[in-house]
Design a protein around this ligand. Structure first.
Ligand code: FE2
Ligand code: FE2
Length: 256
């Protein structure tokens, strides 16, 4: 699975590692890059309380039968948010705030899945305020977190638009937490069927593609739309906010 398509990024800043929990080769930011260029993100990632909430919310998701929302999901959302904003020329500080928002975006699931974007934004406020982060930066982060979900989210800033696309594009087999195939629900089937996913911004910076490969032995393309139509429409709005057109391509067929 090619989960990172930041071909225009400087690969010297990334290292290719094997993620055992995911069974994937993934691009990870090198340590010195994170610390120097993205100080807030680095601080929050090393804040034990924040890590605890990220991990615990996924335990709650698993108990409720939801797909994976833990560190693997967060890592992909971070990398894709960064790819989008760096490719479009946003500065390091904006990317730092986007990475921090991506890391914290699902912590509200520990309160309840319902309205988790709002509860997560309030939790993030508390965490960041405790770290004495300036209010102007907290404002951007909680705004993005509070608007990332298709239930009531709206792309209201570049960070929130990047977070929406990065989050909604994470569809993959390894997100399925249900071990018994016979117990799969439609979300499990669709995620299990997704064997490849990639986002790519074109050279002209006029469009962004979400390319998926669906193994139709496990899930039908119609089922993908049944559960993801609202998410894809939100991605389209987010892309438009960034001055991009949104294209969805499944199994080499253009569907949006
Ligand atoms: Fe979420
Ligand atoms: Fe998420």
């Amino acid at each position: 699975m090619n989960i990172f398509s930041g071909k225009s990024c400087n690969r010297n800043l990334w290292s290719l590692t094997f993620d055992r929990s995911e069974g994937l080769q993934v691009w990870r930011m090198k340590k010195e890059d994170k610390e120097e260029r993205f100080p807030l993100y680095d601080q929050v990632k090393h804040f034990e309380d924040a890590r605890t909430y990220v991990k615990c919310q996924n335990q709650a998701m698993k108990a409720l039968g939801f797909t994976e929302h833990g560190l693997a999901h967060v890592g992909i959302v971070e990398e894709r948010s960064r790819y989008i904003l760096e490719t479009l020329g946003d500065d390091d500080h904006t990317v730092d705030l986007a990475l921090t928002a991506a890391y914290l975006h699902d912590i509200g699931n520990i309160v309840n899945r319902s309205e988790h974007s709002q509860s997560g934004a309030l939790m993030a406020f508390q965490l960041l305020n405790d770290l004495n982060v300036p209010a102007a930066d907290i404002a951007q982060i909680i705004c993005a977190i509070g608007n990332h979900d298709e239930g009531n989210g709206v792309p209201v800033s570049r960070i929130s638009a990047a977070l929406i696309i990065a989050d909604k594009s994470d569809v993959r087999r390894s997100r399925v937490q249900q071990e018994n195939e016979s117990q799969f629900d439609i979300h499990d089937r669709v995620n299990f069927s997704a064997t490849d996913s990639e986002i790519k911004i074109n050279k002209e910076h006029s469009g962004i593609k979400l390319k998926l490969h669906i193994d139709t032995r496990y899930g039908e393309i119609g089922e993908y739309f049944e559960i993801f139509m609202d998410r894809m429409l939100l991605c389209k709005r987010a892309a438009n906010f960034l001055g991009l057109t949104f294209h969805l391509i499944i199994n080499e067929t253009s569907l949006m």
